[in-house]
Design a protein around this ligand. Sequence first.
Ligand code: APR
Length: 318
Amino acid sequence: MARKKIALVGAGNIGGTLAHLVALKELGDVVLFDIAEGVPQGKALDIAQSNPVEGVDATMAGGNDYSVIAGADVVIVTAGVPRKPGMSRDDLIGTNAKVMAAVGEGIKTHCPDAFVICITNPLDAMVWVLRELSGLPHTKVVGMAGVLDSARFRTFLAEEFDVSVQDVSAFVLGGHGDTMVPLTRYSTVAGIPLPDLVKMGWTTQEKLDEIVTRTRNGGAEIVGLLKTGSAFYAPAASAIAMAEAYLKDQKRVLPCAAWCDGVFGLDGLYVGVPVVIGANGVEKVVEIEMNADEQAMFDTSVEAVRGLVAASRELMPK
Ligand code: APR
């Protein structure tokens, strides 16, 4: 059986890390596309030369023409600009909405059967632009945010409790911005919900609140430290988990920016919710119950996403 083809649109920090992870995990052959001449070709060559050392088989190619993504099974999109210190993800919209429109056209022309994962920010609006311009089914276009936000939450919780990250599961819903909704009730250590762990004296409510705030600001914390760009290792790992769920039909339950129409009280909006990812793409949206406080936070987040989508609509080619 031929290997799967993974197209990476954007060969910057995240794109390069994605290519390396695809190779290490032997998920398929890689093509990198970027407008920067030489960059996708150079990264492809460099990673290809690491494959004999790692003992993995995957071809690596790079190009500056959309034809390189032809026939891809999975496309992961990171094209655009990242944040600089002091910027919010929303500040990127002017540049990145136009980039997403071009990428959407490229996917429509060259690989309309692909499963598409968007990472470019502001995420929930950019995945909407990508879907609109590519014309793919909504189930085949999804945004990576919740896996990353939940991973950040899990990291901080595991540190606080001094337990393995493997035994901490966490749920973060809503938009990938300051209004994201870390759901403590649905986050557990080996099945024990966080509010119970507070009662058991494992932590305090104050400490938990601090961790929630740190999770919300997780991206900005890294931008502040790096100064020249934003996080890339954890975002890449998170998107790879989603791609792997699709390619291996794992039916994983992951929080993703997915199309919500007739669920969660929404009538057509990309926002972070739990979904099942398998061979058909987004196979199910898992409609969990929220209490009044959680619903209020989710509603605020939804409103923020609606604003960004409206702004993106204005920026799109007529
Ligand atoms: N088409 C293709 N590639 C493009 C385009 C375009 N129109 N415009 C920019 N790029 C490329 C750049 O040349 C660069 O190589 O996108 C790449 C982006 O890489 P980085 O600047 O290193 O950014 P990265 O850290 O990878 O983040 C990319 O993901 O998490 C989000 O907020 C982040 O929106 C940002 C994106």
